[in-house]
Design a protein around this ligand. Structure first.
Ligand code: SAM
Length: 354
């Protein structure tokens, strides 16, 4: 890939770093550590497509912990402040706490620590919450789409019982993760009835719950606009039972709109990726398990970082390549979404890193 040299715009937040074509700084890196997952969520990895014959990445093509850490450190040198480990399901990658320890050791150019977090389906937290915490993980997001066992089993595609995810969340709380965030994808006809029970549970359990609009990521989930429950509808449903008031964003670029319970019992977030796109504030890059750098969740092509690493690139060359990719970035897919864009051949979310 030939990379044109483009002068860097001043990043909009004024802190050191690099900006893209629209001045959006590079602040977050999501690192997918595997394309494998033990769940088959209907909206992400439907079982009828990703069955036992599906060819996941062979081990040799997956970045090693050393390669991931070296790449992450290059991103941090360029201004990244937050690293999120994801997948696939990150907890199915062997020895993940070792990677957490390596990433937790990365320092920013000013000597500060990096905000290191992880997104999981929670199924293995009873075993791994302690080792992850001991390795230096401080924040955790768990995906959970319903408290209703029947609804949850149908959505995760493998009949996984909700009680085991709840037990995983309890395990994480026991070892000191607080507050835990929980993400719930809302899909029409699947789990709208779970919106209010989830909000009540999260409020009582001291959990920050975020509702996510069902997105047209990848090209296998048969996404239709009609299946999206828009943020306004989620809010109205909640407000009718549990009155809410708007809360200020924590920082510019925060993806979730924040709302507080009027009775003072905590907050919820709504990620309106479809009805209220936030491309203008998007500061995220993604590194897939096979070492591709993507500058948009809806991308169909990425830059081959693994090739550079394995050809013996120096740290300077690695940083220069990443900076060149970011500086020419013009992605704003969600703002440009139309009926037709749903048919584009995009990389699957589990492959790119959700
Ligand atoms: N396995 C981990 C987990 O379950 O959190 C990490 C990867 S998963 C792809 C990351 C997040 O993406 C999950 O919260 C999942 O619900 C969400 N997700 C997957 N497909 C989605 C879609 N079509 N629309 C909205 N969110 C989606």
């Amino acid at each position: 890939m030939e990379l044109p040299v483009v002068p860097a715009p001043i990043p909009f937040d004024g802190r050191p770093g690099i900006g893209d074509t629209f001045g959006r700084p590079l602040r977050d890196l999501r690192i997918s550590v595997t394309d494998r997952c033990n769940f088959r969520c209907t909206y992400c990895m439907p079982a009828e497509i990703f069955g036992k014959d599906f060819a996941f990445l062979p081990r040799a093509l997956v970045l090693s912990f050393e390669e991931i850490t070296r790449t992450a450190a290059a991103f941090v040198d360029l201004g990244v402040e937050k690293l999120r480990i994801t997948g696939g399901e990150p907890l199915v990658r062997h020895d993940l706490p070792n990677l957490v320890a390596m990433l937790a050791g990365i320092r920013r150019p000013d000597g500060g620590v990096v905000d290191l977090t992880l997104t999981t389906n929670g199924s293995a937290l009873r075993v791994l919450a302690g080792p992850l915490r001991d390795a230096g993980l401080r924040r955790l997001t768990v995906s959970l789409d319903s408290l209703d066992d029947e609804v949850f089993r149908a959505m995760n595609g493998i009949e996984f019982p909700v009680a085991r995810v709840l037990d995983g969340i309890a395990a994480a709380q026991e070892v000191g993760f607080a507050p835990i965030k929980v993400n719930m994808v809302v899909k029409r006809g699947a789990n709208e009835s779970s919106i209010v029970p989830m909000a009540r549970w999260a409020r009582d359990a001291g959990i920050i719950l975020r509702f996510i609009e069902y997105m047209d990521v990848g090209h296998s989930n048969g996404w239709r606009l009609d299946d999206v429950v828009p943020a306004d509808e989620v809010l109205a449903t909640l407000d009718a039972e549990l009155p809410l008031e708007p809360a200020e964003p924590n920082y510019r670029g925060e993806v979730a709109g924040r709302w507080r319970h009027r009775d003072g019992g905590g907050e919820i977030g709504i990620i309106a990726s479809v009805s209220g796109p936030f491309c203008g504030d998007c500061t995220r890059a993604r590194l897939s398990a096979d070492g591709k750098l993507y500058t948009c969740l809806f991308a169909s092509d990425g830059f081959d970082v693994r090739g550079l690493l394995r050809e013996g690139a120096t740290d300077d060359e690695l940083r220069a390549a990443i900076a060149s990719v970011w500086r020419v970035r013009r992605d704003r897919y969600s703002e440009e979404r139309t009926g037709q864009t749903a048919d584009l051949r995009r990389v699957e979310m589990f492959a790119m890193g959700g």
